[in-house]
Design a protein. Structure first.
Length: 417
């Protein structure tokens, strides 16, 4: 339950990125021995990925807070099969496919699950891996893949779309493939580059991280490594939004402003004072936010994960905004819940028109995905009366103690489950 409590103020940490750590946990499968990951967020998706790695034959524990130790057996002792419910619990489970094929020459898994905002096919993954020598025999519910030789072979893959997870999967498969692999139109997200840095520390040979053209020279063997997970830019954006929507002053002390340039420009256009001096990033706004138009695009554009946060802020901004979703057709499902809170939003196809209102009204709402859950909680911070947000299991998948950290900034939130 959320109640308005005035401006939020203070400092907060975002911790490691969900969209990096899950892939980096999977990358541990590429080398036998003890791996260490630090700056790991305490979220339910990390727990599920840990259970998946255990089912595959690894040992996973937490030697310290926000740290994971993953001990990987020799390739012949890795089990290429795991319970279906672990794959179905999250979209990121697909990224064990590349490492399993590279180490074991075999993978059997259920189709991945995850957030409900439209169809996200896996053909970019399977087509690229097929070009590297994998053979797929899939059905409606599962993936069955094998390789005919001990090592995958190098190839050139041009992605039809710069898919984040497909780039991750192909990159992890390529580091142990025989020869030079080129991935063209690769995703450029900071989380992809961070995975690449982990692989480099393990002994991989990769050029072009942070660009759309990756060149990977396969090596016969990798070694375990220590790696610090990059800060979560979407969680960073969420805390910055909590300060702006309430008219407060919030600093995310571990923020990486170079990873969110376009978003920070949009916040400034909305009237925010963005301070990148010192540690991290701070935002403040003493006046009502202003309307802006937003269109989601692949990195370095405005990420689709930012959109529910921006839409929520714009719902109480002065003026009319148009938000365009260019990536996922189903990602306006949270809008109906904002309308229940009194927002004036109409959608048509890929577009949402937002006419800002002065205030929202508290009621009961239910999110359909991780970022929608966070956005509806932010809406509750400025809605008169009480706002009840159910479905907090979505929030737990991507936010480390979100309620506790918002409360430390001055929010009035009680969690009952």
């Amino acid at each position: 339950m959320v109640k308005p409590a005035g401006p939020l103020n203070g400092e907060v940490r975002a911790y490691g990125a969900k969209n990096a750590v899950l892939k980096e946990m999977a990358a541990c499968l590429l080398a036998s021995g003890e791996h260490r990951l630090t700056n790991v967020p305490r979220i339910s998706d990390v727990k599920v990925m840990g259970e998946l790695l255990v089912a595959l034959g690894c040992r996973v524990d937490e030697p310290a807070e926000h740290e994971l130790r993953v001990v990987v057996p020799e390739g012949s002792d890795i089990n290429p099969v795991a319970p279906a419910h672990l794959f179905e619990a999250m979209r990121a489970s697909i990224v064990v496919l590349g490492p399993l094929l590279a180490r074991c020459g075999e993978a059997n898994m259920a189709l991945p699950g995850g957030d409900d905002f439209g169809q996200r096919p896996i053909n970019f993954h399977t087509e690229g891996l097929t070009a590297m020598g994998a053979t797929f025999d899939n059905d409606r519910t599962s993936i069955h893949a094998t390789t005919s030789s001990p090592r995958l072979h190098a190839t050139r893959v041009t992605l039809e779309y710069p898919s984040h997870t497909a780039t991750d999967n192909l990159l992890m498969a390529a580091v142990l493939a025989e020869g030079r692999t080129i991935i063209d139109n690769a995703a450029r997200e900071p989380e992809v580059a961070d995975l690449g840095r982990q692989l480099l520390a393990m002994g991989a040979r990769i050029q072009g991280l942070g660009t759309s053209l990756l060149t990977i020279d396969g090596v016969p063997r990798l070694s375990p490594a220590y790696h610090e997970v990059v800060t979560d830019r979407v969680v960073t954006a969420t805390y910055l939004a909590s300060g702006l929507i309430t008219g407060g002053d919030v600093r995310v002390i571990d923020a990486k402003p170079e990873h969110m340039v376009m978003l920070l420009r949009k916040l400034e256009s909305m009237g925010a004072d963005v301070d990148q001096r010192g540690t991290g990033v701070a935002v403040r706004s003493r006046q009502r936010l202003k309307a802006v138009d937003v269109a989601t695009l692949p990195y370095p554009g405005v990420a689709t994960d930012y959109k529910p946060l921006l839409t929520t802020m714009l719902s109480v901004a002065e003026g009319v905004s148009v938000v365009t979703e260019n990536l996922f057709v189903g990602r306006f499902r949270y809008v109906d819940e904002l309308v229940r809170l009194g927002a004036n939003i109409t959608t048509e196809g890929h577009h949402a028109m937002i006419r800002g209102v002065e205030r929202l009204e508290g009621t009961s709402v239910h999110p359909s995905d991780i970022r929608a859950a966070a956005a509806l909680i932010l809406a509750g911070l400025v809605a008169e009366g009480e706002t009840t947000v159910t479905g907090l299991e979505h929030m737990d998948r991507g936010y480390d103690d979100f309620v506790g950290r918002l409360s430390a900034l001055g929010a009035t939130i009680d969690r009952f489950a």
